[in-house]
Design a protein around this ligand. Sequence first.
Ligand SMILES: Nc1nc2c(c(=O)[nH]1)N[C@H]1C(S)=C(S)[C@@H](COP(=O)(O)OP(=O)(O)OC[C@H]3O[C@@H](n4cnc5c(=O)[nH]c(N)nc54)[C@H](O)[C@@H]3O)O[C@H]1N2
Ligand SMILES: Nc1nc2c(c(=O)[nH]1)N[C@H]1C(S)=C(S)[C@@H](COP(=O)(O)OP(=O)(O)OC[C@H]3O[C@@H](n4cnc5c(=O)[nH]c(N)nc54)[C@H](O)[C@@H]3O)O[C@H]1N2
Ligand code: SF4
Ligand SMILES: [Mo]
Length: 741
Amino acid sequence: MATEQTKSKEQTHFRTCTLCEAMCGIEIKHDGKKVLSIKGDKSDPFSKGYICPKATALQDLHEDTDRLRYPVERTAKGWKEISWTEALDKVAAGIGAVQKQYGKNAFGVYLGNPNVHNLGGMLTIKYLLNSLKTRSRFSATSVDQLPHHIVSMHLFGHMLRIPVPDVNRTNYMLIIGGNPLASNGSIMTAPNMRQKLKDIKARGGKVVVIDPRRTETADIASEHHFIRPATDVLLLLAMLNEIYLQGYADKASINNRAAALAPEIERLADFAKDYSAESVAAITGIAAVDIKRLVTEFCEAKSSVCYGRMGISVQEFGLLSQYLSMVINIVTGRLDEVGGLMFPNAAVDVVNNSGPGYLGKRHSRVSKLPDFNGEYPVVAMSDEMLIEGEGQLKGFMTVAGNPVLSTPNGEKLDQAFEQLDFMVAIDYFVNETSRHANIILPPVSPLERDHYDVTFNNFAVHNVAKYSKALFRKDKDAKHDWQIYLELAKRLDKKASLATKVERLLIKRLGPKFILDQGLRRGPYAGMTLNKLKKNAHGLDLGPLKTMLPQALRHKDKQIHLNVDFYQADLARVQAMMQNYDDSEILLIGRRHVRSNNSWLHNSYRLVKGKPRCTLMLHPDTAAQYGIEDGQDVKVTSRVGSVIVAAEITDELMAGVVSIPHGFGHGRKGVKQKIAQAHAGVSVNDLTDDTLIDELSGNAAVNGVPVQLEAIHAGTIFSEAAESNSSNSSSHSKAESGSAA
Ligand SMILES: Nc1nc2c(c(=O)[nH]1)N[C@H]1C(S)=C(S)[C@@H](COP(=O)(O)OP(=O)(O)OC[C@H]3O[C@@H](n4cnc5c(=O)[nH]c(N)nc54)[C@H](O)[C@@H]3O)O[C@H]1N2
Ligand SMILES: Nc1nc2c(c(=O)[nH]1)N[C@H]1C(S)=C(S)[C@@H](COP(=O)(O)OP(=O)(O)OC[C@H]3O[C@@H](n4cnc5c(=O)[nH]c(N)nc54)[C@H](O)[C@@H]3O)O[C@H]1N2
Ligand code: SF4
Ligand SMILES: [Mo]
């Protein structure tokens, strides 16, 4: 037994940060009970000591007194702590009652982003989903990377076979709609992008950023071009056309891997023939000569890669834009080439552990949007609750998600949750979403669980593997997410087959690390086991990305399937957009800050302190047009609602474009996150529109939302606030007007 003295001795623990996709190695000094410091782990072969300011929030989250330690139930007198047994029984009963009365599909479930950062969550969520037996499933995927999955499913035969930029070796990186200096990279797990981009330039290469905002990334790039939001599809079409006009597509046939792959490749020559650089210049805002030069430089570079992220995925032409970005890499021979777009080779290959994906097997009841891999688009969610009829959602579960702040038309969803018969949230906090729950089931903190990154090793720009044990032992009666899932599955699905019951029991006993070990043993690296990882606390270096074609393809014929017909059909929508384009519209986009993480790290004081970040950024010319002064309150109105937010005038933004970060709006009544509430801000998703979507995929379009601006003058603030109390708005007065939980 450790004495009090040895217990308080400083110890060092190494692990992987789970807050974003970058998988940084961290070194935590602690005394067995408390975290003393969190620093970058210099011996981590992947991140080499790099961390961002958010890493320290792991301590804040662990110690946060607002974080729930026990299940809570909403009562007339407020939230009441209840035992796990009572909570789990009541949740199972609540779900059972809804499903008995209205049918299995009347109970819906939404999976949020942190689930994919959670070892146990990733490996066991299927048991919960199977036991719910509902088709009414949603997730954050459809306000995010859905287009990437569909493109990969079509082209490479599996939704998770997604290639990533070989940033460590490329000589030319074209970044369209990504801001890795704030986000630390996405679908490109790559710690310290600042250094990586500087290295590209240092080796004589170039970094080009296309973004309606001159971002932190654009600031250190070789070149930046503003683009009108949601017109990237035109730029990409013109680039594809130019690649053929300038004769560079021939390179693809020299590249034996790409040439052998796709008989359909010939058809791409004509795909974009109607889109000259000249024809798209005015709408996109990028001059024809620049488009042509970008193409020449991209194709002439020793190596190059075109990378598009949130900015081109989560907008009206998300899927076609991602397709074109992929196709540009393919026809220029950059796919599966060093310094191009390459397939990682993770120790646990998610592709071997899941189905390939499918699109449009079913359609949502109200908005008739296609499902993807069994999930309906999030934009369909609130209508499914609000519109009466057979199959209407009457009960709901959120798992590690905060869709009231993170999905379009959050105010409508807020009202929809309020009307449910029964709701449960698996979450740390009473927040904007979970305040509607009847019961909240809180899992342990990230420092109390083991971790291996099942998800993001599959998107890493260098192959690595690392296992971190829990730093602190969890409380005896606390539960991991996976334990909550299994407990619920046991109660909900009493009639499961014997095999399923045995499987669930086995995992309950041995934990998800048992599944992980099997995954490692079945993976591509001989001799890889959990024990081997345990012996290497800093992680294992498995080498740079290597060529993976054709074996990485999941199509039986080992060819890339370009699915030209499917994508070509969407050009009709592009034509319509071009013909009706209104360049006088003010368009809203989002933004990320390195000290935020979607909606849920604003309760860490060190991360939110300082200048308020939830501002309306706009160009001086746009401000002048509307008589807006710096710092002045502005009423921003979209089809679905309005918010009042302070202006931040800056030439970082393209004229005619405004930006509000997402994840704020903590002023809603009933939220229990004191620090976040004191830095409430407004929710940009009270402006984003659940009818503004990428029709081809069903993905939300949170970028490029048309809005109107109105300067609020001192004398009008009071009446504006009063008006917003009765309208569908989320001004500063929201705390008073929000619905009670
Ligand atoms: N306008 C606009 N909207 C956007 C975006 C945008 O750029 N602009 N970005 C979109 C993107 S990319 C995403 S991924 C989504 C995110 O959407 P969501 O995943 O729905 O939202 P988050 O804000 O990440 O909320 C995560 C929730 O999980 C809880 N949580 C954190 N860790 C754990 C855990 O380990 N277990 C459990 N059970 N709960 C946990 C937190 O308390 C929080 O309530 O938002 C999307 N919405
Ligand atoms: N600090 C921090 N890090 C995070 C997160 C966070 O909230 N905070 N969230 C994590 C998550 S869930 C994700 S998915 C990733 C996202 O990672 P990124 O995609 O890198 O994140 P964003 O900062 O949203 O970058 C989108 C960029 O697209 C631009 N943009 C907007 N509209 C358009 C358009 O129409 N065209 C073009 N070309 N550009 C456009 C925006 O100005 C912005 O610079 O970040 C992850 N990392
Ligand atoms: S970049 Fe991401 S993984 Fe790295 S320390 Fe920051 S939040 Fe953690
Ligand atoms: Mo995301």
